[in-house]
Design a protein around this ligand. Structure first.
Ligand code: UTP
Length: 312
């Protein structure tokens, strides 16, 4: 069965980016010329995804508006001949892509949604019997590789008939305690595409030699829903996707990791440091203004280093 469905959780509160995210969904923050969610959708379409479900919330209507047809704008742009190329890119219906929306409800008595596992559970009737992609709406995988990371993940998932395929990237050993880390099976030679023996949430550096961190992209068979329903919530009340994957591994299901290749970069914008770095990288690589931005940045750094600018 060709994999054509994707679930994009966007219902989180984005508290680490307050106060910006009080009224603007973090997934709508610009990265270069587009909101980050637009990059995510393009990445999905490029990998052959045609049906995209956003698991959203009351405060995230801007995402639905962004992917709306907005025909008056289209007509206006079509009249401006110079923008024609852009118009066809925004016309998702013509590109064969359909968007769906559902909400992750916050249970009575709770003040925040119950985590990424709970968000994915809201997609059960959308995905039915089909395997599907999960892509977090606040992360981009930048890839000029062909096939892209997501295409390689889909090929691996189909090839091994896996229950779960996780995107991973290599992080320094001393930083593993900041990440969800996956541990390859003994005897798995290549980390490019390997079967997993364990998944550890923020392990101490001496707890595992693995440096493969989980990277915001997953493929699942429908088996994941039963796992999500059967795991107990964490002490915080949240239902973590990683706990459901750990349950798949414990049940000896085929769970694999596909690793980013050199030159592929995972960006996330979940905190200010990561957001600033992501925005700077995209601005410096802009096809029209990148060279100017790089020169501006160079001059600015020179002035800062020479002490002629107030560092504020
Ligand atoms: P994060 O845990 O990084 O985002 O989720 P958050 O909860 O919004 O951020 P903070 O910690 O409050 O700053 C990664 C992705 O999963 C979605 C988020 O919207 C984000 O795109 N998510 C998270 C959900 O859809 N539901 C949840 O319950 C939690």
């Amino acid at each position: 069965m060709r994999i054509t469905k994707a679930v994009v959780p966007v219902a989180g509160l984005g508290t680490r980016l307050l106060p910006t995210t009080k009224a603007i969904p973090k997934e709508m923050l610009p990265v270069g010329r587009q909101p980050i969610i637009h990059h995510v959708v393009e990445e999905l379409i490029q990998a052959g995804i045609t049906d995209i479900l956003f698991v959203s919330s009351r405060s995230k209507n801007a995402i639905e508006n962004h992917f709306d047809d907005y025909s008056e704008l289209m007509m206006h742009l079509e009249r401006e001949r110079s923008a024609m190329g852009e118009v066809s890119r925004f016309d998702y219906r013509k590109r064969g892509v359909e968007f769906f929306f559902t909400r992750q409800q916050v249970p009575l008595g709770q003040t925040k949604p119950l985590g990424t596992g709970d968000a994915v559970a809201a997609a059960e009737s959308f995905t039915g019997d089909a395997p599907f992609v999960v892509a977090f709406g606040d992360s981009i995988v930048h890839s000029h590789e062909s096939p892209s990371l997501l295409q390689r993940m889909i090929a691996s998932h189909e090839n091994y008939q896996s229950a779960c395929t996780i995107a991973t990237y290599t992080v320094p050993q001393e930083l593993v305690h900041h990440y969800g880390i996956v541990v390859p099976h003994v005897g798995e030679e290549s980390q490019e595409d390997c079967r997993l023996a364990d998944i550890l949430e923020k392990p101490a550096p001496d707890q595992t030699p693995s440096r493969l961190a989980i990277s915001a992209r997953y493929l699942f068979s429908p088996d994941i829903f039963q796992r999500i329903h059967s795991i107990p919530p964490a002490p915080s009340g949240e239902v973590y996707l990683t706990d459901a994957i750990a349950a798949q591994i414990s049940a000896n299901a085929m769970v694999r990791a596909v690793c980013l290749r050199p030159g592929e970069v995972r960006y996330d914008i979940g905190n200010h440091r990561a957001y600033f770095k992501t925005f700077i990288d995209y601005a410096l690589a802009d096809p029209e203004y990148g060279a100017e931005m790089r020169s501006y940045m160079k001059d600015l750094l020179n002035e800062l280093n020479s002490g002629s600018l107030d560092k504020g």
